[in-house]
Design a binder for this molecule. Structure first.
Ligand code: HEM
Length: 377
């Protein structure tokens, strides 16, 4: 069975995932202690089936890990209805109030400013893909620019916990980061409570029916989810696009969907059976876990013609990169807008953009991405 931590799998998981898919659509993974799904059909079923849920269990030792646990226990992504509905509603309402569209000209301007600083050769991650979504989510939530660097560092420390088998060093760093991130968000929420701002997302959340811990967890979730995947989607997608020798399509939104599909920035999402569930050949008993492998689903030849090729104008493109069902990504309109605008500006400035050598992987399976992508043009 595929070893998700093996260096060659992290370097290029797709041949290994294809081999597994040829053998079974679902299979037990002994080391992970859960089933894995390899097809689009079953991964989609895992995400949509209401009998399979995100059931949060505090990580042990619980008192030591409380800062990490508190942020997760109180956020929508780790809860099922009715809690999920209660936690998601005010955030979704705030997102629908036009906050995303007002950022479109800001994304265009910021992308331009970032590129103004660059010469003919640069690092597409550090110099472009990373600062943009971090600055945008900070702007959406009214976080001062001076705090953006800490935000990125906290988020990076926390997401390391989502990989299999975190070391004690990773755990310690995540606990410190979770505590500092929560304190920072608590101060921000308190500031908006005492001095509400117009047209401000945190002001709206602070005035909602959510408790203090829930608002803090929502703010951290948005700051975290709001940039982590976007950086990697851009990096992975850009590498896929440039290696394929193509350019963004006339309709860049098609290329963005292919960037999302081709090399999934988020590879694995877990669910726990709350009732017996038949998945393909397997009957899951309550309490058993299953993970949808989104990268495997997004390369399934039953759904995508020529799945291992980056097709810049692929249409239709029914990928699962934003998930499906109840937990479908709340930030997808923001992520899509940012990706379309930043891709467009990048290729307007650098029509001859090309890769310089091999990019450097971040070395993790679940959050798949690059730390450096050298390009010139
Ligand atoms: C291209 C970038 C992004 C990708 C690939 C992505 C992907 C995902 C996926 C797969 C899920 C579902 C998790 C599950 O089913 O367990 C999810 C949930 C979520 N995402 Fe995103 N996301 C992206 C950007 C964003 C942004 C920009 C934001 C916020 C500003 C955001 C906020 C959220 C939230 C709040 C949830 C939880 C929804 C819920 O549990 O109901 N995401 N995202």
């Amino acid at each position: 069975m595929i070893d998700l931590m093996a260096a060659e799998v992290i370097a290029d998981p797709y041949p290994f995932l294809a081999q597994e898919r040829d053998r079974h659509d679902i299979a037990w993974h002994e080391d992970m202690g859960m089933y894995l799904t390899f097809t689009h059909e079953l991964s989609s079923a895992v995400l949509r089936d209401r009998r399979l849920g995100r059931v949060w269990i505090d990580r042990e030792p619980a008192s030591y890990l409380e800062p990490f646990n508190l942020l997760h226990r109180n956020q929508m992504m780790e809860n099922e209805p009715p809690e999920h509905t209660r936690l998601r509603r005010p955030v979704a309402a705030a997102f629908q109030r036009g906050h995303v569209e007002r950022l479109r000209p800001r994304v265009q301007a910021l992308a331009g400013q970032l590129l103004d600083e660059l010469g003919p050769s640069f690092d597409a991650i550090e110099d472009f893909a990373e600062p943009l979504p971090v600055l945008m989510i900070a702007e959406l939530l009214g976080v001062p620019n001076a705090d953006v660097a800490s935000l990125r560092a906290w988020s990076q420390a926390i997401v390391r916990m989502y990989e299999p088998g975190p070391t004690q060093e990773v755990i310690d760093a995540a606990v410190v980061a979770a505590q500092e991130f929560a304190d920072f968000s608590r101060q921000l929420v308190a500031a908006r409570r005492s001095q509400p701002l117009d047209n401000d997302l945190i002001t709206e959340l602070a005035a909602s029916e959510l408790s203090d811990d829930e608002v803090v967890a929502a703010v951290v979730l948005l700051l975290n989810a709001g940039h982590e995947a976007s950086v990697n989607v851009f990096g992975n997608g850009l590498v896929g696009l440039l290696r394929s020798g193509s350019r963004p399509a006339d309709d860049p939104s098609l290329t963005v969907e292919e960037m999302l599909r081709f090399d999934s920035a988020l590879q694995l999402f877990e669910r726990t059976a709350m009732k017996p569930v038949q998945l393909g050949e397997v009957l899951l008993e309550p309490g058993q876990k299953v993970a949808a492998l989104l990268g495997a689903a997004n390369r399934d030849p039953a759904v995508f013609a020529d799945p291992d090729h980056f097709v810049a104008d692929r249409d239709p493109n029914n990928h699962l990169a934003f998930g499906a069902g109840l937990h479908f990504c709340l930030g997808s309109p923001l992520a899509r807008m940012e990706l379309v605008e930043s891709l467009t500006v990048l290729f307007q400035r650098y029509p001859g953009l090309r890769l310089d050598g091999d990019p450097t992987s971040r070395g993790t399976f679940v959050l798949r991405g690059y730390t450096h992508v050298s390009v010139s043009g």
